[in-house]
Ligand binder design. Structure first.
Ligand SMILES: Cc1cc2nc3c(=O)[nH]c(=O)nc-3n(C[C@H](O)[C@H](O)[C@H](O)COP(=O)(O)OP(=O)(O)OC[C@H]3O[C@@H](n4cnc5c(N)ncnc54)[C@H](O)[C@@H]3O)c2cc1C
Length: 474
């Protein structure tokens, strides 16, 4: 007979979002069942953030060797890709205990391995041998790689983020379909490790990002030797003796691109099929499960978070943010409202691209009278010392200095964006950053220099100059 459980909360999916809900709820003494059909840790640990950043870290070492001659340090990188493969496995293994079934069992969570399916609005069946009737359910089923409907693709061996980190030999020529963050990050990393890489993108790469910043990334990749076809649509794909061949339409012409391996990085689809959401009265579209501001679905007993929820952003920190909101709403009945104005996002290419809040174009579209402050990396002493002078910061405020958005393209941009996320989330004026003392010499000083630019017109005004002259006389 099927085992029956009646916890306070049942979480479906043990990735970034699901684990956060389970850990927090258990910490408050709430009974939690956590159901996972695959590997604990979900995409982020196994097929996403962690392995990709481990690969990028290895690639960075290779590129540092290649450019270190300018520092008077001469060395040639010698890539042992089998070691790189093991490095990635070791990083996953080092992080895995935090997400493990053992750790969660220790926190008091009942971890169940299996596929969860709704059988009615208040019941989930796991693999046909366990019934869970919870007071609240949290769907955190994540997303999967989109596989575009390209002629021949289904019959041609191809990699996705779920398989590429299993490669223990470096591809000779990696062809990447998709010039979004994942395609560019992985494309650059494999190229730095010695593969020839061709990225094929229908629109422009990083189409959703600030165009000026995105171009700096594209130029950097092109300079390194990554081949990028923009405005190019893949018509068909076929397997060849040496690997794959793509027929690609660029403008009026057609090109054939032959590679040894094909990576499909053409976006992500929320996981909404295969667990009978209809039986629970939970509405969804291809964009994900429909949720309100408190992340409740059309079934008031059920929440959806992370990549599976429609309208959010597909990032680990967003899944964690959602988890916090659900815990507050479901456990403490506090009013919550998911907002994305202060959520930063980072593309981990080299240079990195980090953004938070509005771009200048969006702020103008929304009717703001804006000010845009910039500061280039080449005016930063640390950037000069490190020979990392590519890029700039761009901060957008309203006329009074309230921070609306920031974009940083350059070294360590992902680290440098944090004060701007704080400024936007707390409604701070740019004066707060301008008045903060930053340590010298650090890349972080670009934040202060950009903030000080807000006051530059005032400093240049004739009235202010007259006052200063008058004070100096006195
Ligand atoms: C290559 C790559 C790089 C990335 N890099 C970054 C990055 O640098 N920074 C960042 O913030 N984000 C990054 N992301 C995105 C990040 O991985 C996701 O946003 C995050 O993992 C979403 O968390 P989640 O909890 O919604 O889903 P997931 O972490 O995917 O977890 C969902 C879990 O649900 C399970 N599941 C699904 N259906 C069922 C079912 N019916 N029953 C039981 N279990 C089920 C799945 O097996 C899975 O384990 C990256 C993604 C990729 C692909």
């Amino acid at each position: 007979m099927a085992e029956s459980l009646k916890p306070d909360i049942c979480v479906i999916g043990a990735g970034s979002g699901g684990l956060s809900v389970a850990a927090a709820a258990a910490a408050f003494g709430v009974s939690v069942v956590l159901i996972e059909k695959g590997r604990m840790g979900g995409d982020c640990l196994n097929y996403g953030c962690v392995p990709s950043k481990a690969l990028i870290a290895a690639a960075k070492r290779a590129s540092v060797c290649a450019i270190s001659g300018a520092f008077g340090v001469n060395s040639q990188p010698k890539i042992d890709f089998d070691r790189t493969y093991h490095h990635i496995r070791e990083v996953i293994a080092a992080v895995a205990p935090n997400d493990s079934a053992q750790r969660f069992a220790g926190l008091g969570v009942r971890v169940v391995a299996g596929v969860a399916r709704f059988t009615d609005p208040a019941t989930v069946l796991v693999d046909g041998d366990m019934v869970v009737q919870a007071r609240r359910f949290v769907i955190a089923t994540g997303s999967s790689p989109c596989i575009p409907s390209i002629s021949g693709l289904a019959d041609t061996p191809h990699l996705t983020n779920e398989t590429i980190f299993d490669l223990c030999e470096l591809p000779r020529h990696l062809v990447v379909i998709g010039g979004g963050a994942i395609g560019l990050e992985l494309g650059q990393a494999f190229h730095r490790l010695g593969a020839r890489v061709t990225i094929v993108e229908t629109a422009r790469p990083l189409a959703h990002e600030d165009a000026e910043c995105a171009q700096i990334i594209i130029d950097a990749l092109l300079r390194e030797g990554v081949e990028i076809r923009t405005g190019a649509s893949v018509q068909s794909v076929r397997q060849t003796g040496g690997g794959v061949e793509l027929a690609v339409k660029c403008g009026d012409g057609e090109e054939r691109i032959a590679g040894s391996h094909l990576l499909v990085a053409a976006g992500r689809s929320p996981n909404v099929e295969g667990f009978c959401l209809e039986k629970a009265g939970i509405e969804f579209t291809r964009a994900g499960i429909l949720v309100d501001g408190s992340l409740r679905t059309t079934n008031r007993r059920v929440y959806a978070i992370g990549d599976a929820a429609a309208g959010g952003m597909m990032f680990t920190h967003v899944a964690n943010y959602h988890a916090g909101l659900v815990v507050r709403h479901a456990l403490f009945r506090l009013p919550v409202q998911a907002t994305y104005d202060a959520i930063p996002r980072v593309t981990f290419t080299d240079p990195e691209l980090a953004q938070v809040g509005m771009t200048d174009d969006r702020a103008k579209d929304q009717g703001y009278r804006i000010r845009v402050m910039r500061w280039p990396y080449c005016e930063n002493d640390r950037a000069q010392a490190e020979r990392m002078t590519d890029g700039h910061i761009k901060v957008v405020t309203n006329g009074h200095g309230r921070v609306l958005g920031a974009a940083i393209v350059g070294a360590h941009a992902g680290e440098l964006i944090a004060p701007w996320a704080l400024a936007i989330s707390q409604g701070l004026n740019i004066r707060a950053v301008a008045e903060t003392v930053f340590p010298y010499p650090t890349f972080a000083e670009i934040n202060k220099r950009a903030a000080m630019m807000f006051f530059a017109p005032a400093a240049a005004s004739q009235t202010v100059r007259r006052i200063v002259r008058w004070l100096r006389r006195g």
